[in-house]
Design a protein around this ligand. Sequence first.
Ligand SMILES: Nc1ncnc2c1ncn2[C@@H]1O[C@H](COP(=O)(O)OP(=O)(O)OP(=O)(O)O)[C@@H](O)[C@H]1O
Ligand SMILES: [Mg+2]
Ligand SMILES: [Mg+2]
Length: 496
Amino acid sequence: MTAQTAEQRDLAAVIGLEVHVQLETATKIFCGCSTQADDDEEPNTRTCPVCLGLPGALPVLNEGAVEAAVKVGKALGSAIPEETRFHRKNYYYPDLPKNFQITQYDAPICDGGSIEFGVDGERRTVEIERAHLEEDPGSLSHAGGSIDTAEYTLIDYNRAGTPLMEIVTAPDFRSAAEARAFLAKLTEVLEYLGVFDVTRNGSLRVDANLSIVDAEAIDDDGSIPGETLESANRTEVKNISSHKGAEKALAYEETRQKNAIRRGREVEQETRHWDESRGITVSMRSKEAEKDYRYFREADLPPLRVSSWKEEIDIPELPDARRERFREEYGLDAEAAAKLTSTKQVADFYERITERFDPELAATWVADNLLGELHYRDMAITDVAERLDEFTRLVELVDTDEITVKNAEEIVLRRMLDDGLAPDEIVDAEGLGKTDDDAVAAAVEEAIEENPDAVEDYHSGEGGALNFLVGQVMAKTGGSADPGTVNELLRERLEE
Ligand SMILES: Nc1ncnc2c1ncn2[C@@H]1O[C@H](COP(=O)(O)OP(=O)(O)OP(=O)(O)O)[C@@H](O)[C@H]1O
Ligand SMILES: [Mg+2]
Ligand SMILES: [Mg+2]
């Protein structure tokens, strides 16, 4: 093809993701070392002969990791085969002192599946090719921060042996934005399953694959023939640690590869590195082929049968289903249902509140007031999950008309979060208890007596007079009367 025709070609990006997620277990996948890092821990202290790969040390599979993997498989709709096996993937790199990684190859624990997600107001489904269990390697820190310029590198094996799942998608994405929306959905599902902690540093790492094909090669239903996919040279950007990073790296690769093709150059099939600070991908090495890894069976681990056990492993209601149920059962609109199911903890909190109150009142208090105030303070629902009773009491104070909505929102809720006080303490301290009816009626009488001019203005039809009188009554009651009631009482009294 000449450069001329290359320029005229209509090109499309093809993207597939390999997502590595750390599974939340107490101990590592093949030994008893803890997976929980202390903030101030020293490197290479949470280790033992197994995760250091010392000769003769034998792995023992962690049941908790298998259970978490089965949950992931059930959520993805994967087939979970009768028998699954472990393999050694051989490579020489200091993050794995054994010089091989225990992983899965031809019999992964999860086979196939799919995930549905929304992007730009549309629903998309992406196929999952497989999801397998493996051990996390150690972590490397490159002096100066960048792998391609560092003078030396330090190794920490505390992470080595953390249970990982590699979830591999089909090359079904057509844009970087789609890939990012998928990652958000996947994270949400994993969090609902309770097998994953998104706040943990490095708990999700993405390898992003991208190639460019002729737009004509894409069938009407959006699928791409296998031979087109195979013949397209793809790059794999390794080890991206955020959703946003994955989107940016893919957008960069798309532009870079399209430019190369339009200039008549061939794209190298290679592994690249995402340089976050420079916002570019850089070449690391040519892409290793499967044969380079010399996969063979891990003889130290027997084949694993989960066939009967897997039936006993339950998963919770997943985000889409819960969203739908919230709309039907509680009559919420799409926006409120989405907010209230954004995490499992928020949804659980909301459902506890609805046990006591009208679902709409509960929705306003959780979705608008509570989440809004939490967000403003950089807090999460998990920071208040233990104060459910206090929050229930706050809604009750409003529901039974003991305090005004305004005071509840602007004083009580805010002080609950800022000062950690209980609602009744705040009501007492601030004198927010609504003045009783007699006191309000007395204040109305006083206001009318003291302001004959305003009363006259009211009768001659001046609109502002009533508001003025309401203001007087509110001042007399120290702001604790309900403005609506005051308004009504004044009107009745003036029309007598
Ligand atoms: N033409 C293509 N363009 C973009 N992505 C592709 C293309 N063909 C395959 N892919 C994607 O590349 C990824 C391949 O992942 P897989 O784990 O199977 O192999 P690998 O990357 O060769 O191995 P490794 O796990 O050692 O990195 C999948 O997500 C797949 O969708
Ligand atoms: Mg892979
Ligand atoms: Mg790969």
